[in-house]
Structures are given as structure tokens and as C-alpha cells.
Design a protein. Structure first.
Length: 507
């Protein structure tokens, strides 16, 4: 998979002042996806109350988007090479907006899961195009580092805008309204993008191999589904079949790419130590953090009793830290070293997650806010520098492949993190011992327990809530400890894998 601009256009693109305006359109696409991901966590208690999903359905609502997007990123990146990245970006944005409406008006857990899956298809068209177009718009390495920093900072800002805007909407409207905030962003992206974005495609891309597309999708979903189910229910015949099918499909995908004259994904990219090290760091970092991100809003609302808007504001320090760190990450990596910034950032996140293992039902906000700020700063440094490493370690004509792999690692890490760490929280939670007349559904999720307590006498209701909250917090702290371990191990691995890796200083 390749991505090129025509040679005659290079000088023009390097000099054109419109490249920064074009960047503003690209980061709107990132904002669109980031806001959608964060508002879901905030709306989860309301979805639980209204749609009454089981614990497993609730996890599927949270992670099916990542499953689908991870399986399709490489394929959609390749499609963008063939039909044009501008075209697929704007078309995907329009579809993303339309499918947000379907999510907003879902009436059953099954419909919402389907709507989230379709949203993943649309999301897969957006992310590879944004980074690849940045690589083609900014040829000066220092400008590109700043552009990547803005790109990453916008994603972090989306994690702040989502909870705050979502919290405001949830206090005044129904839970589906949080998905409708995508519509104005999508409208601006499409209308401005039509006029400002340059087209970028490969003039000789080769065929779009449908067999590779199917193998990639089946492989990703099969493996992640198996991991999710094993961590929740143990090894069963269905999970074993799913896992083996997924592994076989991924093996077939890799083998096919190695034998095709023009593959969807050039597997030789992984021979570059900086590239493969940065991709691995991204995957494991997101895996270690995602369980906390998914369940934090439930902790703030259902355990500490904060209103949705207040819960959104409480998560703000992480986004502020990530934005600040992302904007200076490239400069800091050039002053010190890539591995020092990435490893240091990951170690900081790991230590912050370790501090959260002391979390209790009545933990004061200063301690929680400080931990979230450190998480944001560490993640901002790490993610921005690894994205820059991934883009700068491959030729410009392979930016599409590099971007797709980078985003696949991120989404796969999110899916696996929610599956593994989320299953730890859910598994621990289900074991709480409530009053004798506790309804069975109260053991499915904390939201269901809160709903059940509303229909019980005062004393049993309080006993149920106390036991359920204690069990939920215990699961959350255990997941934080596992996440901390993953982050600290990843920090050590990054120190060795990114040895002698440098960001470019000149084009």
C-alpha cells in the first residue's frame, strides 16, 4: 500500500500556506472519533438503565467499535490509496455522522451493538487518511513534528470535550443526545475539507484485494473475540474455534501479503526496529490504559455520586496534560532522545496507574485528579513521539501503510484492553454478596444494581449499593494494577527497542 503526491506538486505543497488550514480539517476528523469514544463511557450508566444490557452486552457496546475498526483500518487505508484519501476521508465523515444518528436512536442492546459496529466501518475510513495526509502535507521534519503534535493534542482535547459536552447533554436530554454532537463537527469537516484538502493517491496502486480484506477482518475479530470470551467465561469450544479461526486468517493474511506483487500491507515495514518498536509501544500502552478509561466514568457517577457534567469535568486533567505534552513532545525528543521521552512517559503512566490501586469509594478528588494529570502528560509525550517515529521511519510513499498500522495498534490495544481489563472488573464485581433478595440482574453491572436498588426498601437497597460499589472498586483497582504492570514493562521494552532512534531534523 503506497501513498504519493505527483512530483510536480511537491514544491507547491511545501510552500502553500493552506497546509495549516488543511491540518485543521484533518484534526476535526480526529476530534470526531475521540469525542465519540469518550462520551460512550459517560453515557454507559444511562444506557444500562434504559436498555438493560447484560454485562457481556455492555462490554460489546464498549468494544465492538474497536474490533471492527481494527479489522478494517489496513483495508480502508489501502482503499484510500486507490480512490483518493480526500475522497474516502470526506465520505467516511459523512457516513460517520449518519450512523451517529442510528446510535442515538437505538432501542435495544442488539441494535446499539450493530450501530457501533457500523460506526467502526466508517471510523476505519477516517484515521489512516489523517496521518497519511499530514505526512504528505508537511515535508519539513520539524513542521511535521508540530503537525503530529497538534493532531495528537486534538485527540486528547476530544477526550475532554466529549465528557464535558456529554455530561451537559446527559443532564438535560436522553443518552442518545451524546452521539448527535458528532453532526456539527462532521458538517464543518465535509464543507471545509472539500475546499482545503489536497487529494493524495497512488497512481499505480495495484488491485484492491478483497480476499486480504476478508482475512484481515476475520482474523482481527476472531482473535479479539476469543480473548474477550476466555477472560470472561473461560475456554469453551466456541472460543477455541474463534481463536483458531482468527489466527489462521491472520496467518493467511500475512502469507498473502508476502507473496502479492502489490500487497495491501507491506510486511517489510516491520523490519525497521524503530517502526515495530513504536507500534508495539502504542498497542501495549493503550491496552494498559483502556480499562481505566472505560470504567472511570462509572466510578465517578455510580460510586462517588457525581452528576454527569461534574464527572466530565473531573476527567479534564488527563486531557490537559496530554495536550500540553503533545505540543512540545517533538522538541523534547530532539533535545534529549526518543527512547527517553517514550520510556519516561510510559513509566509515568504506569506509576500513576499504580497509585490508583489505592482508590476507594471516598477517595478525594485531589489524589485522583493528580493521577489523571500524570497519565495525560505521560501519554501525550509517548503517543506523539511514537506517531512521529512511525511516519518518519518509512518513505513518504508508504505513509498510508504506516498510518494504518499505527491506528490498528491503537484500536486493537483498546479492544483488547477493554476485553481483558474490563473482564477483570466485571468478573470481580459479579462476585459481590448482597442481601438475600438481590435481583440476579444486579450482578450484571453496577448500573443494574443502582436501578434495582431503586425498587427495594431502604435498608436492603443501601446494603445492595454498598456491597456492589465495594466490589466494583475492588475490580477497578485490580485492573489498574494490571494496567500499571503492563505500562512499566512496556516502558522497559521501549527503552531497548527505540535505542539510537532519532527524529529527523532536515527533510
Amino acid at each position: 500500500m503506497t501513498s504519493t503526491l505527483q512530483p510536480a506538486d511537491v514544491a507547491e505543497v511545501e510552500k502553500r500556506p493552506g497546509r495549516w488550514l488543511a491540518l485543521s480539517v484533518l484534526v476535526l476528523a480526529v476530534l470526531l472519533v475521540a469525542v465519540d469514544a469518550t462520551v460512550l463511557g459517560l453515557a454507559t450508566p444511562f444506557i444500562s438503565e434504559d436498555l438493560n444490557p447484560t454485562g457481556t452486552q455492555l462490554l460489546w457496546i464498549g468494544d465492538v467499535y474497536s474490533f471492527v475498526i481494527a479489522g478494517l483500518l489496513v483495508s480502508m487505508g489501502s482503499l484510500g490509496d486507490r480512490i483518493g484519501r480526500k475522497r474516502i476521508l470526506l465520505g467516511g465523515a459523512a457516513a460517520f455522522g449518519a450512523l451517529s444518528v442510528l446510535n442515538a436512536y437505538a432501542t435495544t442492546p442488539g441494535v446499539l451493538i450493530l450501530a457501533r459496529a457500523l460506526l467502526g466501518v466508517a471510523g476505519a475510513t477516517l484515521m489512516p487518511a489523517t496521518l497519511a495526509l499530514i505526512r504528505n502535507l508537511f515535508h519539513d521534519p520539524r513542521e511535521r513534528s508540530l503537525a503530529v503534535g497538534v493532531w495528537g493534542a486534538t485527540a486528547s482535547a476530544g477526550t475532554a470535550v466529549g465528557p464535558i459536552a456529554g455530561g451537559f447533554l446527559l443532564e438535560h436530554f436522553w443518552w442518545g443526545s451524546v452521539f448527535l454532537i458528532n453532526l456539527p463537527v462532521m458538517a464543518v469537516l465535509v464543507l471545509v475539507g472539500i475546499r482545503t484538502l489536497p487529494e493524495s493517491r497512488n497512481p499505480n496502486p495495484g488491485p484492491w484485494d478483497l480476499i486480504s480484506v476478508v482475512l484481515s477482518l476475520v482474523g482481527m475479530i476472531g482473535v479479539v473475540y476469543a480473548v474477550k470470551e476466555v477472560s470472561t467465561h473461560g475456554v469453551t469450544r466456541a472460543t477455541l474455534v474463534s481463536g483458531l479461526l482468527g489466527v489462521a486468517a491472520l496467518y493467511g493474511f500475512v502469507h498473502r501479503q508476502l507473496t502479492m506483487p502489490v500487497p495491501l500491507l507491506d510486511m517489510r515495514l516491520f523490519r525497521r526496529r524503530g517502526f515495530s518498536g513504536a507500534v508495539l509501544a502504542d498497542l501495549l500502552t493503550v491496552l494498559g490504559m483502556s480499562g481505566l478509561v472505560f470504567f472511570l466514568s462509572q466510578y465517578l457517577q455510580l460510586v462517588q455520586g457525581r452528576r454527569p457534567f461534574e464527572a466530565g469535568l473531573a476527567e479534564l486533567p488527563a486531557a490537559v496534560g496530554a495536550v500540553a505534552a503533545g505540543l512540545i513532545a517533538g522538541r523534547v525528543a530532539r533535545r534529549f532522545s526518543v527512547r527517553a521521552v517514550v520510556s519516561g512517559g510510559l513509566a509515568a503512566v504506569g506509576l500513576a496507574l499504580a497509585a490508583l490501586t489505592t482508590l476507594g469509594q471516598s477517595t478525594g478528588y485531589p489524589a485522583l485528579g493528580a493521577a489523571l494529570l500524570v497519565v495525560g502528560i505521560g501519554a501525550g509525550f509517548s503517543f506523539t513521539v511514537t506517531a512521529d517515529v512511525i511516519l518518519s521511519s518509512v518513505p513518504k510513499d508508504q505513509a498510508g501503510a504506516a498510518s494504518a498500522v499505527s491506528e490498528t495498534a491503537y484500536e486493537l490495544g483498546a479492544a483488547l484492553g477493554i476485553a481483558l481489563l474490563g473482564s477483570i472488573v466485571t468478573g470481580v464485581y459479579r462476585g459481590f454478596a448482597g442481601p438475600a433478595d438481590t435481583p440476579a440482574e444486579a450482578h450484571e453491572s453496577l448500573g443494574a444494581a443502582v436501578e434495582a436498588s431503586a425498587h427495594m426498601p431502604a435498608h436492603p437497597a443501601q446494603a445492595l449499593l454498598s456491597a456492589a460499589r465495594e466490589s466494583f472498586v475492588h475490580g477497578l483497582t485490580l485492573a489498574s494494577g494490571v494496567g500499571a504492570t503492563v505500562l512499566l514493562v512496556t516502558a522497559g521494552a521501549a527503552w531497548f527497542l527505540l535505542k539510537n532512534q532519532k527524529l529527523e531534523d532536515v527533510g
